[in-house]
Design a protein around this ligand. Structure first.
Ligand SMILES: [Zn+2]
Ligand SMILES: [Zn+2]
Length: 125
């Protein structure tokens, strides 16, 4: 599945790695992803899904985040070093760092890299 790139506007933004995280106070399922476009853009994305409501009420959210080169190197290095990216019970440094919960019980995900959560762009087609 490809998404619209916020840098060049083409629909070639691809998910290149995924780390499945434990749910938090609001979301049942959380995954962080590295995303990259042939134009050179690279960043992070967070997919969140809530299944607590009625089945037909399932809600989800998918946001991308621009990263500096240093942040992207750190982020992709963390993901690459995880031995079990699809296991939300994994306790490797990537899972512990990105899957940590803040004082409000919310997953820190990209905030662990110093990325402000309000800086995200919607992942769309
Ligand atoms: Zn692009
Ligand atoms: Zn891990």
């Amino acid at each position: 599945m490809k998404f619209r790139c916020p840098a060049c506007g083409c629909a070639d933004l691809a998910i290149t790695a995924v780390l499945q995280l434990d749910g938090d106070l609001l979301w049942d399922e959380i995954a962080v992803q590295t995303v990259a476009c042939p134009c050179g853009f690279h960043g992070a994305a967070v997919y969140e899904e809530e299944r607590r409501g009625r089945l037909e009420d399932e809600t989800w959210r998918h946001h991308g985040y621009r990263l500096t080169d240093d942040q992207f190197i750190e982020f992709s290095g963390l993901l690459a070093a995880c031995p079990a990216p699809h296991d939300d019970a994994c306790t490797c440094p990537a899972h512990r760092r990105l899957g940590a919960h803040d004082a409000l019980g919310m997953c820190v995900h990209v905030r662990a890299l110093g990325v402000p959560p309000q800086s995200g762009f919607p992942m769309g087609h």
